[in-house]
Design a protein around this ligand. Structure first.
Ligand SMILES: C[S@@+](CC[C@H](N)C(=O)[O-])C[C@H]1O[C@@H](n2cnc3c(N)ncnc32)[C@H](O)[C@@H]1O
Ligand code: SF4
Ligand code: SF4
Length: 461
């Protein structure tokens, strides 16, 4: 997800909040041995197994050759990622696609500002052209969740679903669920899609956050349930996405009860990323004890009701001990990132970016160049050459996904309280020296810096 109106900047909290990753597309993980290989789940939250009943995957000859083609691309893609090739013969196996920038709601927690939001839409021709290039080899397509919009408002949602299903692509749609067209929902079910419905509470609590009538969500669930019961073999799935913050923590249990009532396949909880300064203290990293207790309670309730619940990790609470003895805390290792090989994020204005975090790192625009030109163009080659090096470029340098836990409120807190690049550099040096027991050198550096400061003050710098 990205903040609107901030396309040109990089690396600040408003420019690339990966809500789709937080929506259980997680395992961005870096273990290249799990990449591709066709039947292997690329770890993006889609159910393992074959195409959820998409027609293109069924036993006819066309379906089989599509399937072989896709497997071959996935195999080659994994190979090319493994050797970190700069120019690829394979195409990405997963894509996010934003079809529109429009939305019908004004949720309190969402950075979308209707006054400044762009008004871009993919047209039928765009989708057709893109589909012809990408869909035959694509394993997963995520619609919505990669920008601040409602995908079911797109004028081309139906033809996009149809084209993707025809090619046997597995689909996920992140939606606010307030646009209820029975035929949309039936089409999603027929496509064996995973529908990711976002709610941050139930009843009045929902209404006060989203400003939409709760009755619409109940209606959405009923229509989905009916459609799914009518076609159980399609394998359609329903997920609830819950963005958690201090004021709605008490809504977690009611949402789990709601999920149990409607046979929801999983409930995924992600942290709020505060948008406005007054939302800052809604971040659960400031409410650790309460968050841990609520998460524990929710886990027990979900187990009792047989609801699959995906929670962020519990917060470390620190210690009141004055002297900390024993081994130093482990530093998190940085994982490699293979998104520049395996995935692509295409925005509604035609911009191609590597992921939802780096949505200001524009690799090219589809209105100016073909996908193939962009996929192997200089910006992509540069990204592939640097992303897993000692000097990643742009947003990749401080990407929170690389710490191995993209839904980590502590990482958000660090970002909020981040001292900026020079401060960050100092902090890294300090951490490095402490880790290597070079407190002596650290003290000399600090003393040297103060001497330098005094000297600069004396000469008036
Ligand atoms: C931006 S919306 C786009 C798709 C659709 N309109 C919806 O609401 O599901 C995708 C997800 O981002 C979540 N979201 C919005 N603002 C957020 C924020 N400030 N921090 C974390 N998640 C947020 C929403 O709750 C939703 O689950
Ligand atoms: S429906 Fe989605 S995109 Fe629209 S304001 Fe709410 S969270 Fe943001
Ligand atoms: S390292 Fe770069 S490409 Fe990979 S997820 Fe992070 S920002 Fe995206």
């Amino acid at each position: 997800m990205r903040g609107n109106g901030d396309r040109g900047e990089g690396g600040h909290p408003g420019d690339g909040w990966d809500l789709s990753a937080a929506h259980g597309e997680g395992d961005f993980s870096a273990d290249v041995s799990t990449l591709g290989g066709g039947a292997v789940d690329a770890g993006d939250g889609f159910a393992a197994g074959e195409g959820g009943g998409s027609p293109g995957r069924r036993g006819n000859d066309r379906g089989r050759s599509q399937h072989d083609h896709r497997r071959e691309n996935a195999r080659l893609n994994a190979q090319e990622a493994r050797r970190e090739a700069l120019v690829l013969s394979s195409k990405p196996t997963s894509a996010w696609l934003a079809l529109t920038s429009r939305c019908n709601l004004q949720c309190k927690h969402c950075p979308r500002d209707p006054l400044t939001a762009p008004d871009d839409n993919m047209t039928g021709e765009h989708v057709e052209a893109l589909g012809a290039v990408l869909f035959p080899t694509l394993e997963h397509l995520a619609l919505g969740g990669n920008n601040l919009s409602e995908p079911l408002l797109s004028p081309v949602i139906d033809e996009t679903l149809e084209a993707a299903v025809e090619c046997g692509v597995r689909i996920a749609v992140t939606t606010n669920g307030t646009i209820i067209k029975t035929e949309h929902i039936e089409r999603l079910v027929a496509a064996g899609a995973e529908v990711r419905l976002s709610i941050e509470g139930v009843g009045k609590a929902y209404e006060s956050i989203r400003g939409a009538k709760w009755a619409r969500i109940e209606r959405f669930m009923e229509v989905f349930q009916t459609a799914r019961r009518a076609s159980p073999s399609k394998g359609a799935r329903l997920m609830l996405g819950f963005t958690a913050f201090a004021s709605n923590l008490s809504q977690l249990d009611p949402v789990i009860e709601f999920a149990a009532r409607y046979e929801v396949d999983r409930v995924h909880v992600q942290h709020l990323m505060p948008v406005h300064s007054n939302q800052r203290f809604q971040l659960l990293a400031y409410h650790r004890l309460a968050a841990n207790e609520a998460f524990d309670r929710a886990r027990r309730l979900a187990a009792a009701l047989d609801v699959v619940l995906e929670l962020p990790p519990l917060f470390p609470l620190g210690s009141m001990e004055k002297a900390v003895e024993g081994p130093r805390p482990e530093h998190r290792s940085i994982q490699a990132c293979y998104y520049p090989w395996s995935r692509v994020n295409i925005l509604e204005n035609g911009d191609v970016v590597p992921c939802c975090i780096a949505n200001t790192m524009i690799m090219g625009n589809l209105h100016e160049r073909s996908f193939e030109e962009i996929w192997n163009g200089r910006p992509y080659q540069r990204l592939r050459a640097t992303v897993n090096s000692a000097r990643p470029i742009g947003v990749c340098a401080n990407c929170s996904m690389r710490s191995g836990n993209e839904n980590d409120s502590d990482a958000l807190l660090n970002l909020l309280e981040s001292p900026g690049v020079p401060g960050l550099f100092k902090q890294r040096v300090k951490e490095f020296l402490m880790r290597h027991h070079r407190e002596d050198l650290l003290k000399r550096l600090i003393a040297g810096r103060s001497r330098m400061g005094r000297l600069r003050a004396r000469v008036g710098l």
